[in-house]
Design a protein around this ligand. Sequence first.
Ligand SMILES: Cc1cc2nc3c(=O)[nH]c(=O)nc-3n(C[C@H](O)[C@H](O)[C@H](O)COP(=O)(O)OP(=O)(O)OC[C@H]3O[C@@H](n4cnc5c(N)ncnc54)[C@H](O)[C@@H]3O)c2cc1C
Ligand code: SF4
Length: 237
Amino acid sequence: MTTTRPSDLDTALSLLRQTGARPRSGGTDLTACLAHGVLAPAPVVDLTGIAALAGIDWRQDGSARVGALTSVHELSADPGLRRAYPALARTAEALATPQVRRTATLGGNLLQRNRCWYLRNPAFDCFQTGGGSCPAREGDHLHGVAVDQGPCVAPHPSTLAVALVAYDAVARIEGGDEGAGERPVADLYDPGDPTRDHVLGPAQVLAAVSLPAPAPASGPPTCGRPGGPGPSGRWWR
Ligand SMILES: Cc1cc2nc3c(=O)[nH]c(=O)nc-3n(C[C@H](O)[C@H](O)[C@H](O)COP(=O)(O)OP(=O)(O)OC[C@H]3O[C@@H](n4cnc5c(N)ncnc54)[C@H](O)[C@@H]3O)c2cc1C
Ligand code: SF4
């Protein structure tokens, strides 16, 4: 399995298109999926050298563009994001472990594979792996969806997506036959299509997420109330 690490997005997109490679950001999910046979072997395009996918930019109107390579740790620690989008920062801080948060990225989090036991066990076939049924329906569906919206009953595992949907965030997508475009984070997922976890095609890359300017009075709790900032300046404990 070859790994290439291009430094610009155009090269990455043409490699994805020409070689059938899979994009990798932090690798915390992709590496496990490839190692355990959840995904078929394929070349890897490492996105971490692409400056256009990095960084947090603020616009005049108070809105923010967060690059797909922004780590979960950065989402939790960036003072501007903590102030403007506390639910996102708090969700990021609660995610996984410090090691995972330092490595995992926003883009990889939104596009990770779901955690269904049957998908993660290559001994089973299901809609998501080319099969014609969903063994979780009759089997062990602990942590499956509460509301039956489609043939696949696995919820998408991204907790960041929940916060981003609440903030009406919009994802910027590059590449693929459709070309560059934007869609609400909520529309990255299609519960009616049981064959995949998100709507991006194999030669597409999630480049960034834009968050609208925060609504008035939507910031963190103010001082002096339970849940307000303590002596350390932290405001949510
Ligand atoms: C112990 C543990 C606890 C966890 N708890 C949580 C939790 O509470 N909440 C939660 O949300 N997650 C949780 N996770 C999952 C973790 O957040 C994900 O593994 C991580 O966010 C994936 O990010 P990554 O950058 O490493 O993605 P990668 O592993 O690099 O990629 C993941 C997938 O996205 C694709 N991809 C990556 N970047 C892009 C891009 N820019 N464009 C297109 N495709 C891309 C890859 O091809 C791959 O299919 C947990 C994981 C562990 C190990
Ligand atoms: S179709 Fe979805 S819920 Fe059913 S086994 Fe596959 S991943 Fe799990």
